[in-house]
Design a protein around this ligand. Structure first.
Ligand code: UDX
Length: 436
């Protein structure tokens, strides 16, 4: 089949590459010339396991093409995927200007029956809006259908998630479009859920909001465990072995970040409000998450009443391991709190240093590695659970720290072991060790 994918971000590039790998002819379109030139030369704009190999192979065999010309994408394909960004606007809703630009190109260049598939995360009703815009603006009288087919991939495992989805959601009332979409997805070993377009649009937000709520829920249980006794990991195991709950997304920590959960939770609350509904649970999920990001420095403040001019090590800056993505990363809150208290921050992340520098500039010191960050500081705060932070040489850490204060935002260490090592150790939802 002939496809075009507008937008070469995580969703667009990975989906385009995977469809090409399955034998389809795919044109990836992006207005960013540098990005497109890079992709033609094997330079990936994002790091994802296995992506470069798939892109290079399919670019070489001609299944995958890259262009900055929207007209080429529209005229030379039967199925057009919209996979551009939908960032939060000032009111917490989704900014659809990039989607609008793609729709205008489709209307301008339509030259046959087209299936327009929305893969971007867009508020319910966007499919109607896209349909109306194409109808009003199209320059030739061809038919088209607008389908919602949301994407559920995670950063870091994007290729694998795309190739092996739990389900494929196809939202359309057009039988013709549904048949073509079925054929396009026949090589995926996943159940296909056919539904109306509104439901498909809501499914994407509801899935992310539900997962985010699970995280905020377990973080609140952690906060209760810290006050009552009990270990949140044991509680998560106990409730997670009930299949109706499942043990996934029950890791308590420093709160969720990234490009999706923070944006999508706010967007669904905002959509609900626009329709006169107060979406209390997800509103609270967001509120709990904001508070959770502050808990690590609050623990530090309990031990050190004055942080003025104190050096503090921060380990891990990206919002989760195996990515350099700093969007809505909890480390941003942690660093801000420390700087507001007058502390000096020494930070290290295995891959996000360049991204971090764009955000923190020279307000913090960037270290060579974890030990360099810890050297001559009063306390270490572990924010992101990179593998290398889970296996630190604790004797060395203790030697380098002026004070043996260790605040672990991801429960990477066992409290008993930290006790033996003589640390003052705070983690999340577990007993604090040797505290004042
Ligand atoms: C998420 C969704 O999982 C994916 O389906 C959607 O398409 C995009 O958003 P992603 O943002 O890449 O994917 O990361 P994910 O692995 O889901 O983690 C999101 C955040 O939640 C991270 O900050 C992570 O640290 C946090 N998290 C996740 C927890 O704090 N505890 C958990 O148990 C799981």
């Amino acid at each position: 089949m002939k496809l075009s994918v507008f937008g070469t971000g995580y969703v667009g590039l990975v989906s385009g590459a995977c469809f090409a790998e399955l034998g389809h002819e795919v044109i990836c379109v992006d207005i960013d010339e540098e990005k497109i030139e890079g992709l033609r030369n094997g330079v990936m704009p994002i790091y994802e396991d296995g992506l470069k190999e798939i892109v290079d192979r399919n670019y070489a065999n001609g299944n995958l093409k890259f262009t900055t010309l929207p007209a080429e994408g529209v005229t030379e394909s039967d199925i057009i995927f919209i996979a551009v960004g939908t960032p939060s606007d000032n009111e917490g809703g989704a900014d659809l200007s990039a989607v609008e630009a793609v729709v205008e190109s489709i209307a301008e260049n339509i030259n046959d029956y087209k299936i327009v598939v929305d893969k971007s995360t867009v508020p319910v009703g966007t499919g109607d809006w896209v349909e109306e815009m194409i109808e009003e603006q199209k320059e030739a009288d061809y038919e088209f259908d607008v389908v919602s087919c949301p994407e559920f991939l995670r950063e870091g495992t994007a290729v694998d998630d795309t190739m092996n989805p739990d389900r494929v959601v196809i939202g359309t009332e057009s039988e013709k479009a549904a048949e073509v979409m079925d054929e396009l997805h026949q090589d995926f070993e996943a159940p296909i859920l056919h539904t109306d377009r509104y439901s498909a649009e809501i499914i994407k937000y509801a899935a992310n909001a539900f997962l985010a709520t699970k995280i905020s829920f377990i973080n609140e249980i952690a906060n209760i465990c810290e006050r009552t006794g009990g270990n949140v990991q044991e509680v998560a195991k106990g409730i997670g072995s009930d299949h109706r709950i499942s043990d996934k997304f029950l890791r308590a920590g420093v709160g969720f970040g990234g490009a999706c959960f923070p944006k999508d939770t706010k967007a669904i609350v905002s959509t609900a409000a626009e329709h006169g509904y107060d979406f209390k649970i997800v509103d609270s999920t967001v509120e709990v998450n904001e508070a959770q990001k502050k808990t690590l420095v609050n623990k530090l403040r309990q031990e050190m009443s004055d942080l003025e001019d104190k050096k503090i090590a921060v380990l891990g800056l990206s919002f989760k391991p195996n990515t350099d993505d700093m969007r809505e990363a909890p480390s941003r809150t942690v660093v801000k709190q420390l700087l507001d208290d007058g502390a000096e921050v020494k930070a290290y992340d295995p891959v996000a240093m360049e991204e971090a520098e764009k955000i923190f500039g020279d307000s913090i010191e960037y270290s060579e590695d974890a030990y360099d960050a810890i050297d001559d500081t009063e306390a270490v705060i572990l924010v992101t659970e990179w593998d290398e932070f889970q296996n630190l040489d604790l004797d060395r850490v203790k030697e380098l720290l002026n004070n043996s204060l260790f605040i672990d935002g991801r429960n990477c260490y066992e409290p008993e072991k930290m006790k033996e090592q003589g640390f003052t150790y705070y983690s999340v939802g577990r007993k604090a060790i040797n505290v004042k």
